[in-house]
Design a protein around this ligand. Structure first.
Ligand SMILES: *[C@@H]1O[C@H](CO)[C@@H](O)[C@H](O)[C@H]1NC(C)=O
Ligand SMILES: *[C@@H]1O[C@H](CO)[C@@H](O)[C@H](O)[C@H]1NC(C)=O
Length: 351
């Protein structure tokens, strides 16, 4: 009997070391998430906005069903949390129970952007600036729990995941009927202004104790099905993808600048625009999986496609879990500096 227990322990030990310590502590004590619908896990549910999806068929492959996640299953950052060894999903700011905030909070909000006005033609959202205010509130709550001496040490060790900016294009710059930015800036000037504003938020986050930053670049937004359809095209809208690449170039340059100016911190840039995974096989005649309304979101309660793995997008904007999985796995671990610069997340968290 004694022997069997020992054998069992050995097996558990081997198994846990082979799978990123699923039984042990996560690789970072905490994960804070800033962003938009790609990361939102329910913050918009009680906002007055069209950009919320806490209804079926969203969440059809998520254990607890619809939660406000804009996909069929897990988001990229959910999967990243799994890879880092968290045994729970980081709770949305709108729905923390108070006990769980020490291990991180998700502030992301669908339709939100770096600019305050972004996405507001859809209703209320929580812009990057407001997300930072929410983090300020959480930091003071954590200080009460762990003590004001320990709080900085704790916050220094966390991973800060920031994935925002798509809506500053899709729900701002490329909707000139609602927003003036397109008339005020050319694409290059707009990218400069956005990254400049973003840098002030990231600096403020650093002032609040953040030291490990994973900054996610924009995807090829002109290839989002809604944009192709809106322009009556079967091909990507080049002008939109090019604008996103300008943003990415400047975000990457910001990573270099901050790594010099803030030597106590480390910033990395994840270039999702060049993500590719040859193991994925999609039905390119049917990019999306659910029946959508004119806003590009799934129509409530309609049956989605049967084989979600065959479609890169769930609705007209948002990737399916299988694509989120590929993105998260590459961001976590990739040898390619064109994709993870200057290192991947698995190395960032070990610093
Ligand atoms: C955007 O909103 C934030 C948070 O409410 C505020 O601090 C900031 O001054 C606003 N920025 C602009 C440019 O209006
Ligand atoms: C997620 O991606 C990893 C790495 O590419 C792969 O090994 C795994 O099978 C994928 N999981 C799912 C559920 O698609």
């Amino acid at each position: 009997m004694d022997c069997e227990i020992k054998l069992c322990l050995v097996i558990i030990f081997l198994f846990s070391s082979a799978t990123n310590c699923v039984f042990g502590e996560p690789q970072v004590p905490c994960l804070f998430i800033f962003g938009d619908s790609l990361s939102d896990s329910g913050n918009n549910n009680d906002e007055s906005t069209d950009a919320k999806v806490n209804y079926k068929p969203y969440g059809i492959d998520f254990p607890s069903g619809p939660t406000g996640r804009f996909t069929n299953g897990r988001t990229s950052v959910d999967i990243l949390g799994d890879l880092l060894g968290f045994d729970h999903y980081i709770p949305p700011y709108a729905n923390t129970n108070g006990a769980d905030i020490v291990q991180g909070v998700n502030y992301a909000s669908g339709a939100a952007g770096i600019r305050n006005e972004t996405g507001t033609h859809l209703g209320q959202d929580i812009s990057m600036g407001m997300q930072l205010e929410h983090h300020r509130d959480i930091v003071s709550q954590i200080a009460k729990k762990v003590g004001s001496e320990e709080v900085q040490q704790h916050l220094n060790k966390c991973l800060y995941y920031v994935n925002i900016g798509s809506n500053d294009y899709l729900n701002n710059y490329f909707l000139p009927e609602y927003y003036p930015s397109n008339g005020k800036y050319n694409a290059d000037q707009y990218a400069v202004a956005l990254v400049e504003e973003h840098s002030t938020y990231l600096k403020a986050l650093h002032d609040l104790g953040a030291r490990k930053f994973s900054l996610i670049g924009l995807g090829t937004i002109g290839c989002v099905p809604h944009e192709m359809i809106r322009h009556g095209k079967k091909l990507c809208v080049e002008e939109e993808s090019k604008a996103a690449l300008l943003f990415n170039d400047k975000l990457k340059a910001l990573v270099d600048r901050f790594n010099e100016e803030l030597p106590d911190a480390k910033f990395i840039f994840i270039n999702t625009a060049i993500m590719k995974d040859d193991s994925l096989k999609f039905d390119m005649m049917n990019l999306i999986c659910c029946k959508v309304g004119s806003n590009g979101q799934c129509i409530p309660n309609e049956e989605p496609c049967k084989d979600r793995k065959m479609h890169p997008f769930f609705d007209e904007f948002h990737p399916t879990e299988v694509l989120n999985n590929a993105t998260a796995n590459m961001a976590y671990s990739s040898p390619d500096p064109a994709f993870v610069y200057p290192m991947d997340i698995s190395h960032l968290v070990k610093l």
